[in-house]
Design a protein around this ligand. Structure first.
Ligand SMILES: Nc1ncnc2c1ncn2[C@@H]1O[C@H](COP(=O)(O)OP(=O)(O)OP(=O)(O)O)[C@@H](O)[C@H]1O
Length: 313
């Protein structure tokens, strides 16, 4: 794999998300996020836990219907239906690996090809010449992808028997089987050792070199800053910063967001201040009530007896 190939980023937008907002009841998980991924680019999406990264991915891939905003792929607005999004050319992997564990490695990749096979149910049942040809082509493509991801020698193994790092690679191979123009990776190195992480980095570069743009969510900062042409940082559902890895790394607000240090103008800071003020107010009221109770308790017992007697019907 050639990791030295220079980026051939053009200004052609593969993905264009604009004003994406996702609310769950009273919680705004993603707020008015714009993000573009251009052809030939690797874009990183970072942010502390709960920042809204996966929710944003789910909005891009049709798993969630955004409360507001729209998502376009190569200039066409996507319908919020996962199979139509895949058909259009966006593939993804999941934070929690979702393989068919009792199927073989090869079968898992073949499942990923179904959006690209035109043969219908009858053709499959009759196993006519058209079906056999399509089946052979799918098989050849799946094996090619297993070669590409370094899993060809495990084609007949059950997916559940693969080590963790290889299961993540298999998820990528399956996503590539739909011949995407954009690949979304949700924490591809989670649970990997440093050696596997380096191999994953090489793999992502190779995918980009195949002409597939990549948007990747990751907590491993070294991985993301090494890999990405551009990085966007989400904090409390809002895009805080976007720029080159150098710009984002040097931004004090990003560091503060990760450390949980409050800073002026931080997303959610106003709401947090309101909540804090309400809590302080409630605490003051409580303290005042407690003081009144204490005063009552300190009062002479005769007064209490008299009042109780007087109050009792
Ligand atoms: N289906 C849902 N219903 C209600 N709230 C949700 C739902 N999905 C996510 N959330 C909430 O939205 C917020 C953002 O979650 P999300 O998983 O997108 O964050 P994240 O940045 O991917 O976090 P992590 O890095 O920990 O995976 C969280 O407060 C989460 O609890």
């Amino acid at each position: 794999m050639n990791t030295m190939t220079t980026t051939t980023a053009t200004t052609t937008a593969v993905l264009d998300a604009s004003g994406v907002t996702m609310r769950f009841g009273g919680l705004t998980a993603v707020r008015n996020v714009d993000l573009t991924v251009n052809a030939g680019e690797i874009v990183g999406l970072i942010g502390p836990n709960g920042a809204g990264k996966t929710t944003f991915f789910n909005c891009l891939t049709g798993l969630y219907i955004p409360t507001e905003g729209k998502v376009s792929y190569k200039g066409t607005v996507l319908p919020p239906k996962p199979h139509l999004v895949t058909q259009a050319g966006i593939a993804r992997t999941f934070q929690n690996i979702r393989l068919f564990s009792n199927m073989t490695v090869l079968e898992n990749v073949l499942v990923g090809r179904h959006t690209r096979t035109k043969e219908g149910l009858f053709s499959a049942l009759l196993r006519g010449p058209g079906f056999k040809k399509a089946e052979q082509a799918s098989h050849a493509r799946a094996m090619e992808l297993l070669e590409f991801t370094g899993l060809a020698h495990k084609a007949k193994h059950l997916a559940r028997n693969l080590p963790y790092g290889e299961q993540r690679k298999l998820e990528i191979a399956r996503a590539l089987a739909s011949d995407p123009g954009l690949l979304l990776l949700d924490e591809p190195t989670a649970g990997m050792n440093p050696q596997e992480t380096r191999a994953a980095e090489e793999l992502v570069f190779a995918i980009r070199d195949m002409g597939i743009a990549v948007l990747v969510i990751e907590h491993d900062m070294r991985f993301i800053f090494n890999l990405s042409d551009r990085v966007a940082c989400l904090v409390q559902g809002e895009k805080l910063v976007e720029g080159t890895p150098q710009v984002v790394q040097a931004d004090e607000r990003v560091v503060a967001a990760y450390l949980g240090t409050p800073f002026e103008g931080a997303p959610g800071a106003e709401e947090a201040a309101e909540v804090q003020a309400a809590e302080d107010h409630a605490a003051e009221d409580h303290a005042a009530e407690d003081q009144t109770t204490e005063d009552d308790a300190d009062a002479p017992s005769t007064t209490r007896t008299n009042r109780t007697e007087g109050d009792t019907p």
